[in-house]
Design a protein around this ligand. Structure first.
Ligand SMILES: C[S@@+](CC[C@H](N)C(=O)[O-])C[C@H]1O[C@@H](n2cnc3c(N)ncnc32)[C@H](O)[C@@H]1O
Ligand SMILES: O=C(O)C(=O)C[C@]1(C(=O)O)C=C[C@@H](O)C=C1
Length: 256
């Protein structure tokens, strides 16, 4: 991203009381640095979106990016696809994120159709879409709201459309989970975060970011109506899934 982004130092000094994590002005100011240093594989996941769209998106169809933050997925798509290939709608609840995303997208990809809507993805009036991206957003919704959202997204997708779901995940096996989380903390240390930053951020995210298992994600996608989903990317405790809404009579992906 070309924007003026500060280095994330939010949890670098000892805090008397660690507040619940929120996407406020301070987080927005350092968000590109924070997410790049905190999410293993973030850049690779973004880099694949254009390739997935080139393969699965109907020409000119809408792409929703739900919980778009600064519009990174929109920027990635615009960098890989011509303007006529898609219309982008980013949605985010945080006014500070939305303001910055609008500025960035207008400056960086003026020829593409890019809009950013401020709103709650649980209540949005969805228009038909060819692709829906949820990159590290579902994990911030209350668990009891996740099924209803996924069903609405399934309804909004055109037949032949795809949903990309990237999340922090928890492993079913306790030891496997502990190993992944420990190596994740090593990953953060290697990216310049101190033990204090790692521990205070962990406290701030408790009961705010509630991860599911991969099995729970696949089961939810199936309940929502998706005939197939698979995990296409995993790096420690972060993963990305793709779910397909079959077009009636169309050959299944991988059978072409
Ligand atoms: C980890 S960030 C997403 C990162 C972003 N997708 C990217 O790839 O850079 C999660 C975002 O979800 C947004 N969010 C959380 N709950 C939301 C909701 N109910 N409706 C809309 N946005 C929401 C937050 O404001 C935040 O910007
Ligand atoms: O730092 C962590 O522990 C994270 O889980 C990273 C994570 C995420 O996965 O959404 C958490 C909050 C920030 O929005 C950026 C990244």
């Amino acid at each position: 991203m070309s924007d003026a982004s500060y280095r994330d130092a939010i949890f670098s000094t000892p805090l008397d009381r660690v507040a619940r994590f929120s996407f406020d002005e301070r987080v927005v100011a350092c968000f590109p640095d924070m997410i790049r240093r905190s999410v293993p594989g973030y850049g690779q996941i973004l880099g694949m979106l254009g390739l997935i769209a080139a393969r699965h998106l109907r020409h000119g169809a809408r792409v929703y990016d739900l919980g778009c933050s600064l519009g990174a997925a929109g920027l990635a798509l615009a960098g890989q696809l011509p303007p006529a290939a898609f219309r982008y709608t980013g949605v985010d609840l945080s006014p500070a994120m939305v303001a910055r995303a609008r500025e960035t997208l207008a400056a960086e990809c003026p020829d593409h159709a890019m809009e950013v809507v401020e709103g709650d993805i649980r209540r949005l009036d969805y228009r038909p879409a060819g692709m829906i991206v949820l990159n590290f957003t579902l994990q911030f919704l209350a668990p009891e709201d996740r099924d209803a959202l996924m069903s609405r997204l399934y309804q909004a997708l055109e037949p032949g459309g795809v949903l990309v779901l990237s999340e922090k995940v928890v492993a079913e096996d306790e030891q496997e989970n502990a190993w992944r989380v420990e190596r994740y903390h090593d990953f953060k240390r290697a990216n310049g975060y101190s033990d204090l930053e790692i521990s205070q951020k962990r406290t701030a995210l408790e009961n705010v970011l509630v991860p599911d298992t991969l099995a729970a994600h696949h089961a939810r996608l199936e309940r929502a109506g998706f005939s197939r989903s698979h995990t296409w990317f995993q790096f420690l405790n972060f993963a990305s899934l793709i779910a397909f809404k079959d077009a009636p009579g169309a050959p299944r992906d991988g059978e072409t």
